[in-house]
Design a protein around this ligand. Structure first.
Ligand code: FSO
Ligand code: SF4
Length: 542
């Protein structure tokens, strides 16, 4: 195996024996294989489109699902990958029958060995090192990781029956390009184009979430517990959240969110459920202790799963693209009502959660809510009460150095406001950072995909303040990344022309020195240093 797709990769170089995330070599190889056969499927789809054939939604969704399921910490289940590879090959074989001229097709498009031993043999021969040149490999993998994040956001939008054929077309055409030879400049263009499709996918998901569940509102989220048995739900899929809340209604089972599901508390449609208590715990990497004390079953709708301890593995359920061997997977296709009766019955047999915190945290500052507050925010900017906004969106992780983000938030001048989205917020959302004229100093827009809200807020401020360039805004960017959804968020911001982004806690191992140089030269992208050094760089006037 060789995997370097996430921030915690071994030695910031690559995982070669087993993943720091807990992924074993077999799963890593099968993930590479799934990506490779998906590129083949994409080429068949692109060829059929050129022949004038309309694409089929089921097949388009198979492509995005395959990308999604290989994201860090989403799925550790060998059997699930085997099944998906075979399914992809079957779909491709059917479609190949309609291709008139196969002479231009790649090995990935023509490959059709469905026997497991042959799949395993092939799996060790495909992957990151398919590309020899270090810089091209870097740009190619950057594109693929962006597509994985894009695929994840598309699936969540699809779950709410929102579609965009053009995004599917782009994903497939780009997958085909990753099989081809292109110049470094063409790759850089493709990376940025991937970012602009990332903006579109995040917009689609925003539209899917807000049209189904209303616009997030300022909310005081309970972080304490009640005395009923309960289910903890984690991940990003709001449609799963809705189904769980409906099916637990009147059963005596409470529902709490964990990690990236926290923003579900901000949606009007979910507030009406009296058994939806609030949020339990922190970011994904704290789950081993927090699931222990939660006592009840846990539903993972996406990443980030940490390999469960034997003491609670029987309480873990997965759905959608998530999976873990030995844990019950609750199935259901897009458009179907999933059956959560088993996890609900399980919850009833278990004790109520043990309290680990009490009180509230505040969030719900997505674009709709912030636009409602626009007058007071603009007033505070114009009067100088708010000196700067600091975008600290992205992911949290278990690396020790990430306490940088807590210290950075604490060290910020008191006339700054943090704008956040994603699980990075857990590093500072329970600090008492106060407010500026009633505006909290931490404004949480929601999940990592809600970084889209932060972009909309920036664009709106640019209009109101009558600025020509988004980079003239009093906004600084200090973003934390962990996995591939953060990659598409970063590419989306770059595609919007945003410069001077600081990225940490380390720069991606998959960026070669030359690619880092291109990003530095064109976007002024920088890594983080110490809190003191970064404070001095961001606030030279102080
Ligand atoms: Fe976090 Fe995990 Fe949203 Fe990621 S829970 S790290 S970028 O999956 O998805 O922010
Ligand atoms: Fe290593 Fe990250 Fe890949 Fe897991 S996802 S194997 S931790 S690089």
């Amino acid at each position: 195996m060789f995997c370097y797709q996430c921030q915690e990769t071994a030695g910031n170089k690559g995982c070669t024996q087993v993943g720091v995330c807990g992924k074993n070599a077999t799963v890593a190889n099968l993930q590479d294989m799934l990506i490779w056969v998906t590129k083949g499927l994409a080429q068949v789809l692109v060829t059929l489109r050129a022949q004038g054939r309309r694409s089929d939604q089921t097949v388009n969704r198979q492509v995005t699902y395959n990308l999604f399921t290989t994201i860090t910490n989403a799925n550790f289940d060998n059997a699930a990958f085997q099944k998906n590879i075979v399914k992809t090959l079957e779909l491709k074989a059917e479609l190949l029958k309609d291709i008139k001229d196969m002479s231009e097709l790649s090995e990935a498009a023509l490959y059709d060995e469905r026997e497991l031993t042959l799949i395993y043999d092939k799996a060790v021969t495909v992957g990151v090192f398919d590309t020899e040149d270090e810089d091209i490999r870097s740009l190619r993998e950057l594109t693929i990781y962006g597509l994985k994040g894009l695929g994840a956001y598309m699936q969540h939008a699809n779950a709410l029956l929102k579609e965009d054929e053009d995004i599917h077309r782009f994903i497939q055409e780009t997958l085909v390009k990753t099989l081809e030879v292109h110049t470094p400049d063409e790759w850089v263009d493709l990376v940025l184009e991937t970012g602009s499709y990332g903006v579109r996918a995040m917009a689609l998901l925003d539209e899917a979430n807000t049209s189904a569940y209303g616009h997030p509102q300022i909310t005081q989220v309970t972080i304490g517990t009640r005395h009923n048995p309960a289910i903890l739900i984690s991940g990003h899929d709001l449609r799963d959240m809705e189904m769980l809340l409906k099916q637990t209604e009147g059963t005596g089972v409470d529902v709490y969110t964990h990690s990236e599901m926290l923003p579900a508390n901000y949606y009007p449609a979910f507030k009406k459920y009296p058994h939806f208590v609030g949020n339990y715990g922190n970011a994904w990497w704290r789950q081993r202790e927090e699931i222990e004390s939660f006592n009840g079953p846990v539903l993972f709708t996406t990443n980030c799963i940490v390999p469960p301890k034997a003491s609670y593995i029987d309480r873990i359920y997965t759905t959608g693209a998530a999976g873990y061997p030995g844990c019950k997977h609750l199935g259901g296709e897009i458009g179907e009502e999933k059956d959560f009766s088993e996890i609900i019955a399980h919850a009833k047999r278990l004790a109520a959660p043990t309290a680990i915190e009490s009180g509230h945290i505040v969030g719900g500052f997505a674009h709709g809510q912030v636009f409602e507050l626009a007058d007071s925010i603009v007033e505070a900017v114009k009067s100088g009460a708010i000196r700067k906004f600091v975008v600290m969106a992205g992911c949290d992780g278990r690396q020790q150095g990430r306490n940088y983000y807590t210290m950075f938030a604490e060290a910020l001048p008191k006339d700054t406001v943090i704008l956040t989205a994603g699980c990075a917020k857990y590093r500072y959302n329970k600090l008492d950072l106060g407010d500026i004229n009633g505006i909290p100093r931490v404004l949480d827009a929601g999940q990592c995909n809600d970084a889209y809200s932060l972009a909309l807020i920036a664009l709106k401020l640019k209009d109101i303040l009558e600025l020509n360039d988004i980079n003239d805004l009093p906004i600084i960017y200090n973003i934390a990344w962990y996995e591939q959804k953060a990659v598409i968020v970063l590419l989306a911001l770059l595609s919007l022309g945003i410069k001077h982004i600081h990225l940490g806690p380390t720069l991606p191992a998959f960026l070669s020195p030359n690619v880092v140089k291109v990003l530095e030269d064109n976007f002024d992208l920088a890594s983080i240093e110490t809190v003191e050094a970064d404070m001095a760089a961001f606030f030279p006037e102080i």
